[in-house]
Structures are given as structure tokens and as C-alpha cells.
Design a protein around this ligand. Structure first.
Ligand code: NAG
Ligand code: NAG
Ligand code: NAG
Ligand code: NAG
Ligand code: NAG
Ligand code: NAG
Ligand code: NAG
Ligand code: NAG
Ligand code: NAG
Length: 890
């Protein structure tokens, strides 16, 4: 969460209004295009590696500093699908993203360019380069006629784009999933972006885009953590970067399957971490639970409403004066909180607490986390070596320096002390916020102490303390390198990125950009890495508390590669229909493109008041986010799903679907962790030739085959959806729906229903019923639903393991194939599930079968039923799920 009540008006004014006008350098394209660029010489080609020298080709234009006279170019065909193009200044050690933060794939074994799917070509004078698809010579990227500009604090590369180019990515943002190619500026600079306004920089930084054409999909990743504006103007895409080096990865993608480009991107930034099985259950949180009784009552109320609550969360409310690693002794007494955690664990439920990076600056107050960090000297420093002070929830704060060699030990130790199962709060997952890092201090922030008083930080409690001994759960039913040269102006680079923070200053509402880390790197260069580095440290601290167990860590700020360690929520949105809708694009950006698949927005909305209808619709939409959490702000009305009858029913209905699909989705997540295949995808991923799908970001695939098409307008009961030319099946009735490649108007969709279709060609592994916890779900029988595609065949897979261990001793891996009227289920059943295959349902069976065989033997008539209205054939199997089987329909 970003702001307290009193701050809101001011932040909105500063963040969205007067501030913006000052931010952002407007550059005349003609001026930049008139720069001299470079001339290539000394070109050497050896196998899949090309090197060259680049010399300034004319009079320096010095637009935002002095043009660097000579550069080195290195091009490596790293794989058949990836070309690495890197341009550096050989005379200086410019900042580059440290390998410790983002390890690079090796470029030591280049492939033969003749075997590569894409090729690099260049012109010598002026130097420009292009990437083409080898098989078709299609140009994928070309800097022709746009000179490269390379200055100490300004880099510019511009590529031509065809009209109406389909570009996706370059986030984090809340723009449409398909970016407006004619007039969009995307700014990458981590920002505590309350209300996540469109067209501004937000929390995360992922300078990668996928471009899709009916002839194929390719990707471009700029590995650079400095602040930047990426501008899409009619006919071009232009990078304006205020530091670092030009370090591009070009990905061939594929001419037929967009999934390939996602996998190729994962080869660079890393595959996503697996998360515990339970983390796909329902999570509940809010900012503004006043005391331990509130927390206990929410748990009880979910249970009474028969809505399966898997994990209870608590926001900063639990902290003593908002200091991390403390509990408020009267409102959230440790013994009572421990009782709550024990109660949850006793019922196979889970508990997560928020941890912020900023540590209260509290010398001589026996505040261990500050004293121990000071002793270890792990704080981010001002240029003169003193600890840099910010202003966050507890008042004046210091910030951990995630580059410090002792910071991991410090952080792990704090986690072990406070989150100690014996003496503290035994959390199952971690939630990390404010890690841009966010600071409330207004520039110049000369006196944060004074501002702490003005802004009333920490804020006083608004309610009286509860009785210390209130009964709870009474009637509850169970359930790196050197830094930039001195001449760089770390506070005021000449090119101003379009930072939306008040005044546009890079240091606004965050740590000063001239602060330095232990390895001498500056915040100027590494700001965009802060949240991801905290993520890694937190992941490691959790792993150290719970050796061998997978971790669930949910962060706000991310950089490329974050998904390898943590998940992410989409930040402080509003309880309104626009944010309900654009959460889908936000999720697709993270999960499909940036390889951060454990993602979701705050369901029912964070700020402002939701309504029963919005919350019902959002509960259902959010059940198809990978990470499903209801969360809201302290000044909003309560919005737990049980607050309205309508929402209770909507949540029950959709959790029934989500939980039955949980193993299907878990299998998709496992696949993602092995290959980078996205766990959710836009429609064009599945229908890459169908141009009608390219702009769609209100429908998506959850896993490989579940098409979700929510109602999108306020209080409406109808929606116009696109149904591709393919066969689908209604998830609830299982009746076939023949898509014609047209828009279809669905009407009379009640506030407790969401249209969910199965894409033909899938065999879905479902649990036969949903349950109140995911552990109980794991004891529930399976059924298989065979949904034939237009060619009459179907297939699917199922992966099951213990759900919690990093290393698995045994896993069950099953494939399901349906062809020639026979379903074949086979594989390894090494992980003992202890459950049965209850039944198999075959969809779109034209007429009642004469005979059904299980493993070649006839099935008794009473075990077969056929519904000629829906064309569903239901075959009771009732066999232990310990070995393969076949079912044949004759
Ligand atoms: C581009 O977008 C900006 C910001 O939304 C707007 O002010 C401007 O008028 C647009 N320009 C064009 C040519 O559409
Ligand atoms: C729990 O439910 C009771 C009964 O409906 C209600 O009075 C109370 O406000 C609820 N409390 C919370 C924290 O949800
Ligand atoms: C060091 O720099 C900080 C931030 O500019 C300033 O507040 C502080 O007074 C300086 N300390 C000393 C000892 O000069
Ligand atoms: C940005 O803030 C820093 C720190 O207060 C200050 O030194 C610098 O001059 C500011 N830049 C602008 C453009 O206001
Ligand atoms: C950081 O810079 C200081 C001063 O230039 C130098 O003494 C120190 O060794 C450097 N530290 C590292 C880790 O490079
Ligand atoms: C939608 O419904 C909510 C309550 O259910 C109501 O408050 C809101 O005014 C309605 N909106 C419109 C546009 O009718
Ligand atoms: C709308 O659906 C309800 C039940 O879901 C049904 O009773 C009603 O007849 C339907 N109305 C129309 C106009 O189809
Ligand atoms: C289903 O089939 C039975 C037997 O052939 C027939 O009597 C019945 O009318 C059919 N029902 C429908 C809805 O087609
Ligand atoms: C703009 C915003 O709403 N913030 C997050 C909240 O939800 C949207 C969609 O819900 C996400 O895309 C945002 O990142």
C-alpha cells in the first residue's frame, strides 16, 4: 500500500497533476536523427561472433552530454534462436546490470549463423544494423536512418516499425495489452504508483517486447536497469536510456507458435520458481484490520460462509508503530497472534505477513532490527558515507543495501528471529511492499524528521485497543563493476525520463539517486533492481527458515528475472470497473511476457469502495488469475467475499471451478518452471493467424485450454466475446459450442456466473469436487473430461507431487490421449496420491454408445449414462489412481 488517508489528496495532486508537466524531455526527432552516428571498422567475423569498432561519424551532436568517440560492437549468435548485440565504451567501465542480479547465458559457444533462425546484418557508414528472419528475410528490427547516440548519460536506439505493429510488453504499465503503436511512451523507473494510472511508470521494469505478425512472433530484450523512456511513434520504436550500455537480445520466436518466444525469453532471465500447491488457494487480506480480533473473525466468517479460505494475510496494521519485525502489544499481542497462526495451521490453512524494506531510524531505542543493521553497517549510504534517510511508515528510516556482503545474513537473521515458529510468528509466505524503494519524503528532503511530524508518521491508531483476552474462533466451524565517472550528474541527468513522481525528479519519493551501495554502485544505476534484490534476499531468508520447502514471496517492485524467485501483485489499484478490466492486461504482461507467472491484482479493488456487483464479478475474474487474493485499503469498506449474499455465491461458484481445476493449473505451473511456457495467455497465442485476436485483452486462456470471457461492463449481464473458428465446450454444462470466428453476444449472465469454455482438443484432469482447503482437495478423487477438438482427438497431462518440497522424491506424471475413440491414460505414478479415478466424461459424443470398454473389458450398463441434450457420455471408473488405463467408446 502506498499512502495513508491524509496523504492521498496530495499524492494525487503531485503525482498526476502539476508534477507531470515538469517531467520528461521532449526531443525533436529531427535533431536526434541529424546526429552523426558511427562508422564501423575493423570488422572481424569468427564463426558465430562478430566484433567491430564504431567511430563517431561526424561532428558530435552532444544532445544530452558528450558523444563518446569510439565504441565496441560485439554480436554473438548465442543459440539458433538468439542473437546478442552489445555496444560498449571500451575506454570506460560503464555500469552494467551485475551478473549477481541477472546472470547471463553464456556466449562462449556460438552457433553457426547459417543454422540460425534470425540473422544480423549491418551497414558500415553510417553504421546501422538489422535483424531478419532467415527463412523469409522479413525485417524484425532495423536502425536504418536512425543514428545511434551514445553519451555518458544518454543512449538512443530507434527501430522502424510497420504501420499498426502489434507490440506487447515494455512494462510495467496499465496500458492496453497491445500497445498503441502510434503514440505511447513507456517509462521504466520503479515508482510507488498509487492508483496505477495509465501512461505512467509503475513499480516494475521489464524492457522486453514481443512483436506479433500473422507471419510469426519475435522478441527484443534490452538488458539495462537505468531509467528509460521507450517511445512508440507512428512507424518507429525508440529507446531513450539514461545510462548503462546497449545490451540487446533478439529472439527469433517462431513463425507458427508464439509460445516459443516466451520460452526463449525464459532462457535469458530464468525459469519461474515453483510455488507451493496451497498458494493457488484463496488468499484474504486488507489494510485496516484493527486488531487481532478482526483477523480471527475474518477467518471465522469465511468458514461460516463456506467459502474456502486458504491463507489469511495481515498488512502493516500488526506492526508496533509501523516498525518491521514487531507486533503492536495491545492491538496484535504476540500470544494472541500466535494463537491465530496455530489455529490456521491446525486446519491446514496458512498465514502471510507484510514486510517492508525500510527500517525505522531509531538509534538508542533498543530496536534490534535497526541496531543490528547499523552494527553490520548494511544501510544504503549517502555519497559522504552517512546512512541515507528516507521517510516511510515508521517515520524516518534507513534502507537495506541489498548489495552489501552482509545484508543477506542480516535479513535472514531478522526473519529467523521474528518469524520464529517457537517464539514468534510462523509465516508460510512473505509479502514485500514499498520496495521501489518508496519514500514519502518530499524533495529536497533536507529534514525528514520535520516531515515525519508534518505527515504524522507513524500514524496514530484510530480505534481503542481491544481486550487482551477476547475469545476468538468460538463458534467457528473447522475448516557488478566500478561506478560511473565522477562527472556524471546522478541527481540531474540532462535527459529527463518521463517519471510521474511529483516534480519528475528521479529521487522524488524514493532514495536519492546519488546514494551508493557497498560495491560502490549507485542508486542512479540500480534503482530499478531494488525490489528484485529484496525479493531474492527475502526468498533466501524464507528458505533458510524452512529448509527444503518452496517459498511463496509476493513483491510489488520487479525487474527482469524476478519471476525466478518470487511472485507479484499488481499494486494499488482502485475498486472500479476500469481497473477490473485492465487487471487482465496487467496479468498477461507479467505472466505471458515477463516470466513472472505468480501474479494477480487486488480482487474487488484496493482503494475506494467496491460494490456487491463489482466484487462478485471480480471474485470470478480473479479466480482465473494465477495468484488469487482479495485485498483492500484501510479507508475502504470491508470487502471480504462473505459481505454480500451475491458475492458469497459468486465466490463459492467460481472457487468450485478453480479448485476442481487446481491440478490442471498446477501442472501448467510445473511446465512453466521447466520450459517457460506461459501459464496464462492472450488469445492470439492460441490463434496466431487470426488477426481478430491480436488486440483482445478482455478474454484469456487460463492454462492451455480454459478460455475465460468475463462480463466487462459495470453492472451489465451481457458481454460480446470473440469465439475463434474452433470447437469449445461450456465448462459447466459441457455442451459443445461451435465458434465461427465472430463476435458473439452473451446475455442474461447472472452476477454469480462467468463464461468459461474448454477449448476443444483437451483432456482435463479435474478433482470431482471442491473442498474447504487445498490439503483436503489433494485427498479428493479425479475425473477426466475428454473434450475432442475439430479433428476428434484430445490430449492433456497431469503432474502431481507433494506440493511443498523444493526437491521431489517422487512425482506422478501422466499423459492423457484421446484418439480413435479411446482415452489412454498412462505415465508414472510414483507419487502416491491415495485417490481414485472416479469417472471419465466424453464430450460431443454424437449418440449413445453401444458399448464402453475399460482396459478392454465391457463396462456395466449402470456405470454409463449418456445425455443426448448435451452430448455428454459419463462413464464411472472407480479405480485407484495408481496405474494407467484405457476407456474405449464403441
Ligand atoms: C499522444 O498522446 C499524448 C498523451 O496521451 C497526447 O497528449 C497527444 O495529443 C497525442 N498525440 C497524438 C499525435 O495523438
Ligand atoms: C463476521 O461476521 C459477523 C456476523 O455476520 C459480523 O457481525 C462481523 O462484522 C464479521 N466480522 C468480520 C471481521 O468480518
Ligand atoms: C552527508 O550527506 C547527507 C545527505 O546529503 C547530509 O544530510 C548529511 O548532513 C551529510 N553528513 C555529513 C557529515 O556531512
Ligand atoms: C532533484 O532533487 C535533488 C535532491 O533534492 C536535487 O539536488 C536536484 O536539483 C533536483 N532536480 C531537479 C530538476 O529539481
Ligand atoms: C569504493 O570506492 C572507494 C573510494 O573510491 C574505495 O576505497 C573502495 O575500495 C571501493 N569499494 C569497492 C567495493 O569497490
Ligand atoms: C451498479 O451497482 C451498484 C450496486 O450494486 C450501484 O451502487 C451502482 O450505482 C450501479 N452503477 C450503475 C452505473 O448503475
Ligand atoms: C435468465 O436466466 C434465468 C436463470 O439463470 C432464467 O430464469 C431466465 O428465464 C433467463 N432470462 C432470459 C430472458 O433468458
Ligand atoms: C434422447 O434420446 C431418447 C432416446 O433416443 C429420446 O427419447 C429423447 O427424446 C431424446 N432427448 C432429446 C432431448 O433429444
Ligand atoms: C491500475 C491498477 O489498477 N493497478 C493495478 C491494479 O490493477 C490493474 C488492473 O487491475 C493492474 O494492471 C495494475 O497494475
Amino acid at each position: 500500500m502506498a499512502v495513508s488517508k491524509g496523504m492521498l489528496a496530495r499524492v494525487l495532486l503531485g503525482g498526476l497533476g502539476i508534477g507531470r508537466a515538469l517531467a520528461g524531455t521532449v526531443t525533436d526527432p529531427a535533431v536526434l536523427d541529424a546526429c552523426p552516428g558511427y562508422t564501423a571498422s575493423n570488422v572481424k567475423v569468427s564463426g558465430g561472433t562478430l566484433t567491430a569498432s564504431l567511430k563517431l561519424a561526424g561532428k558530435a551532436c552532444n544532445v544530452f552530454g558528450e558523444d563518446i568517440p569510439s565504441l565496441s560492437l560485439k554480436v554473438v549468435y548465442e543459440t539458433v534462436n538468439r542473437i546478442h548485440v552489445k555496444i560498449t565504451d571500451p575506454t570506460s567501465a560503464r555500469y552494467e546490470v551485475p551478473e549477481s542480479v541477472l546472470p547471463r547465458p553464456s556466449d562462449a559457444n556460438p552457433v553457426n549463423p547459417k543454422s540460425a533462425a534470425i540473422k544480423f546484418s549491418y551497414t558500415t557508414s553510417p553504421f546501422s544494423f538489422a535483424i531478419q528472419r532467415t527463412s523469409t528475410n522479413e525485417v524484425l528490427f532495423s536502425t536504418a536512418s536512425h543514428p545511434i547516440i551514445y553519451e555518458p548519460q544518454y543512449l538512443r536506439v530507434k527501430t522502424n516499425l510497420e504501420p499498426n505493429a502489434n507490440i506487447y510488453g515494455l512494462g510495467e504499465h496499465t496500458n492496453n495489452f497491445r500497445l498503441d503503436p502510434d503514440n505511447t511512451t513507456l517509462t521504466l523507473w520503479s515508482r510507488d504508483a498509487y492508483g496505477v494510472p495509465t501512461d505512467t511508470n509503475l513499480y516494475g521494469n521489464h524492457a522486453v517486447f514481443f512483436q506479433h505478425r500473422s507471419t510469426g512472433t519475435h522478441g527484443v530484450f534490452l538488458l539495462n536497469s537505468n531509467g528509460m523512456d521507450i517511445k512508440l511513434t507512428r512507424g518507429a520504436l525508440e529507446y531513450n536510456v539514461i545510462g548503462g550500455v546497449l545490451d540487446f537480445y533478439f529472439l527469433a520466436g517462431s513463425q507458427t507458435d508464439p509460445t516459443q518466444v516466451a520460452k526463449q525469453y525464459a532462457e535469458i532471465v530464468g525459469l519461474p520458481a515453483e510455488v507451493p500447491y496451497w498458494s493457488f488457494g484463496l488468499h484474504q487480506c486488507r489494510f485496516g484490520y484493527n486488531n487481532y480480533i478482526d483477523v480471527a473473525n475474518v477467518i471465522s466468517n469465511y468458514s461460516a460462509a463456506k467459502i474456502p479460505l486458504e491463507t489469511m494475510w495481515t498488512d502493516i496494521d500488526y506492526m508496533d508503530r509501523r516498525r518491521i519485525f514487531t507486533v503492536e502489544p495491545n492491538y496484535f499481542p504476540l500470544n494472541r497472534m500466535r494463537e491465530i497462526v496455530e489455529y490456521l495451521h491446525g486446519q491446514d490453512q496458512h498465514f502471510v505477513l507484510m514486510t517492508d524494506p525500510a527500517v525505522g531510524y531509531l538509534p538508542d531505542q533498543n530496536y534490534g532490527p535497526f541496531d543490528r543493521g547499523t552494527e553490520a553497517d548494511v544501510w544504503l549510504k549517502n555519497a559522504n558515507g552517512s546512512a541515507h534517510l528516507g521517510l516511510v511508515w515508521p517515520g524516518v528510516t534507513v534502507f537495506p543495501d541489498w548489495f552489501h556482503p552482509k545484508v543477506q545474513d542480516y535479513w535472514t537473521n531478522e526473519f529467523e528471529l521474528f518469524y520464529n515458529p517457537e517464539t514468534g510468528l510462523d509465516i508460510d509466505g512473505a509479502w514485500i511492499d514499498m520496495n521501489e524503494p518508496s519514500s514519502f519524503c518530499d524533495l529536497p528532503c533536507d529534514n525528514p524528521f520535520e516531515q515525519a511530524v508534518q505527515q504524522a508518521l507513524p500514524p496514530p491508531r484510530s480505534t481503542a485497543p481491544p481486550p487482551p483476552d477476547a475469545p476468538i474462533f468460538v463458534d467457528t466451524p473447522p475448516v557488478r563493476r566500478r561506478s560511473l565517472g565522477k562527472r556524471d550528474d546522478l541527481l540531474n541527468p540532462q535527459y529527463s525520463i518521463n517519471n510521474a513522481a511529483p516534480g519528475g525528479n528521479l529521487s522524488s519519493k524514493t532514495a536519492y539517486t546519488d546514494t551508493v551501495h557497498a560495491n560502490n554502485l549507485t542508486e542512479y544505476n540500480t534503482h530499478n533492481l531494488y525490489g528484485t534484490m529484496m525479493s531474492v534476499a527475502t526468498h533466501n531468508a524464507m528458505a533458510s527458515r524452512r529448509p527444503g520447502l518452496r517459498t511463496l514471496v509476493i513483491t510489488r517492485s520487479t525487474f527482469a528475472g524476478a519471476g525466478k524467485h518470487v511472485g507479484k501483485w499488481l499494486g494499488d489499484n482502485f475498486s472500479d470497473w476500469e481497473h477490473y478490466r485492465n487487471s487482465i492486461a496487467g496479468m498477461l504482461g507479467m505472466a505471458t511476457i515477463y516470466q513472472v507467472p505468480m501474479v494477480g491484482a487486488d480482487i474487488c479493488g484496493y482503494a475506494e469502495d467496491t460494490t456487491d456487483i463489482l466484487c462478485s464479478r471480480w471474485a470470478m475474474l480473479g479466480a482465473f488469475y494465477p495468484f488469487m487474493r482479495n485485498h483492500n485499503a484501510d479507508t475502504s469498506i470491508s470487502q471480504e467475499f462473505y459481505r454480500w449474499a451475491l458475492t458469497t455465491t459468486a465466490a463459492q461458484n467460481v472457487l468450485d471451478i478453480r479448485y476442481r481445476l487446481l491440478d490442471y493449473f498446477y501442472t501448467a505451473f510445473h511446465e512453466a518452471s521447466l520450459t517457460g511456457t506461459p501459464v496464462v495467455s492472450p488469445m492470439w497465442f492460441k490463434y496466431p493467424k487470426d488477426t481478430a485476436t491480436y488486440p483482445i485483452d478482455l478474454q484469456w486462456f487460463f492454462g492451455d485450454s480454459i478460455l475465460v470471457s468475463p462480463v466487462t461492463e459495470e453492472n451489465s449481464t451481457s458481454v460480446s466475446i470473440y469465439v475463434p473458428k474452433d470447437i469449445f465446450y461450456d465448462f459447466l454444462t459441457l455442451a459443445p459450442i461451435q465458434g465461427k470466428g465472430t463476435q458473439v453476444q452473451l446475455t442474461n449472465i447472472s452476477y454469480t456466473e462467468i463464461p468459461v469454455y474448454i477449448k476443444g482438443g483437451a483432456v482435463l484432469p479435474l478433482r470431482v469436487k471442491s473442498t474447504m482447503t487445498t490439503s483436503e482437495l489433494r485427498e479428493t478423487d479425479f475425473e477426466f473430461v475428454v473434450a475432442p477438438g475439430t479433428d476428434g482427438t484430445a490430449s492433456g497431462s497431469l503432474y502431481i507431487d507433494d506440493g511443498v518440497s523444493v526437491t521431489q522424491k517422487a512425482a506422478t506424471e501422466v499423459s492423457m490421449t484421446y484418439r480413435f475413440n479411446t482415452l489412454t491414460v498412462l505415465g508414472s505414478f510414483a507419487f502416491k496420491t491415495g485417490v481414485n479415478t472416479s469417472r471419465v466424461r466424453f464430450l460431443n459424443i454424437a449418440k449413445a454408445p453401444l458399448n464402453v470398454q475399460l482396459n478392454g473389458l465391457p463396462v456395466k450398463k449402470q456405470s454409463i449414462s449418456y445425455d443426448n441434450a448435451t452430448k455428454v457420455l459419463d462413464v464411472t471408473v472407480g479405480m485407484p489412481f495408481t496405474h494407467g488405463f484405457t476407456v474405449t467408446v464403441l
